[in-house]
Design a protein around this ligand. Structure first.
Ligand code: PLP
Length: 373
């Protein structure tokens, strides 16, 4: 068994079950699984298939190139891509049958230029409702929807959806954004558009603010079995973390009291003890910021990293426990099984669970359990 040296094990059945559970919670006509950034570090193609098997009927990505990669892997479900190069030529997106999110008049014209009667560009217009990222400003919305209607009549585009994105700053801020979005939907309809999809909610709002659901919600983090907010844990929401991040003890040494450990000796042993070497480092996306704090489970017992996280490895003082070379080390997984969760790592690194899973890479091997494959 050489597996598990540096490994992220992804449970695809958990991904499918999470999507089924989320569908049941929100009850919307459509559910989009967001698989951008390699499915938050979980593997885009595998997770896209598992999410579709769980009942998602849309996939979401940031970049068109991510959508094309799904098509090249044979995923033919509807896909929306919403963040574009300033010089984006939408021809590749149209050829791949991707929907493109439109955040400016210039993008609308570029999409129309890539479409033609018989093969229109399928677009979804994004209204800026207060996140201050991309989206068409409210002041330009009526002119843009009027132009979109004209382009739709010409056969160059089809306006399949209207959308926006929330700040999650507070329920009141989100309600204010929803009110702006509702205004935008009305103005688009007044201009003659009849978009099939209307959506504004990602995981947090979809789960906590029912009026945000419209007829599609975009679930990212929750698909992977993590909770987007402190108010409810993933387990309380009926979700199961899909990723287990693990490694194998690469070396063990018995050392005397007062031994300095790892760069800069930020940790020194208090007594004679055993040190275990774990072969994951910041090259794999283990946050160096979690030095001295990140939790691990070795042979079923919980420890914290001792000293600095290095590029390739870190050390754990396991006291007098009988740890051997080759033992499994779990950095995080499903807390219901007694191991630390991604949330514990987020706390140890002063960040959010989103970042903990998404930043993983380097020499990490991803392996998959369950799923249709
Ligand atoms: C990333 C993203 C999502 C998914 O957000 P989660 O909080 O992970 O559910 C949804 N919509 C847009 C526009 C995004 O960029």
């Amino acid at each position: 068994m050489s597996g598990g040296f540096r490994e992220a094990v992804i449970d695809l059945d958990a991904v499918s079950a999470n999507v089924a559970r989320l569908r049941e919670i929100v009850g919307t006509e459509h559910v989009m699984a967001v698989v951008k950034a390699n499915a938050y570090g979980h593997g885009a193609v595998e997770c896209a298939r598992a999410a579709l098997a769980g009942g998602a009927d849309w996939l979401g990505v940031a970049d068109i190139s991510e959508g094309i990669a799904l098509r090249e892997a044979g995923v033919d479900a509807p896909v929306l891509a919403w963040l574009h190069d300033p010089d984006e030529d939408f021809a590749a997106a149209v050829a791949a049958g991707l929907d493109v999110g439109i955040s400016s008049r210039a993008q609308l014209e570029a999409a129309a230029a890539a479409g033609a009667p018989g093969r229109p560009a399928s677009v979804q217009l994004k209204l800026e409702t207060g996140l201050s990222r991309n989206g068409i400003p409210a002041s330009e919305w009526e002119a843009v929807v009027a132009r979109a209607h004209e382009l739709e009549e010409s056969g160059a585009i089809v306006v399949r959806g209207l959308f926006s994105h929330l700040s999650n700053a507070s329920p009141d801020d989100d309600r204010a954004a929803i009110a702006k979005f509702t205004w935008g939907v009305e103005r688009a309809e007044a201009a003659g558009l009849r978009p099939e999809l209307r959506h504004i909610a990602a995981s947090a709002a979809a789960l906590s603010l029912p009026e945000s659901r419209f007829n599609l919600v975009r679930f990212g983090l929750a698909v992977y079995g993590l909770s987007p907010f402190g108010a409810a844990s993933a387990a309380e929401l009926g979700l199961r973390p899909a990723m287990t991040l693990r490694g194998r003890v690469a070396a063990v040494r018995r050392v005397a009291a007062g031994t300095g450990v790892s760069y800069d000796y930020t940790y020194r042993t208090e007594a004679e003890t055993t040190l275990a070497l774990v072969p994951l480092g910041y090259a794999e996306g283990i946050p160096r910021h979690a030095s001295g704090r990140g939790p691990v489970s070795i042979a079923g017992k919980r420890y914290r990293i001792s000293g600095r996280v290095a590029m390739d490895q870190f050390v754990v003082d396991v006291g007098n426990a009988e740890v051997e070379v080759g033992d499994e080390v779990v950095l995080f997984g499903d807390p219901a099984t007694g191991v630390p969760g991604a949330d514990d790592w987020a706390e140890a690194a002063d960040t959010i669970n989103y970042e903990i899973v998404t930043r993983l890479g380097g020499r990490l091997r991803r392996t998959y359990r369950g799923g249709a494959a």
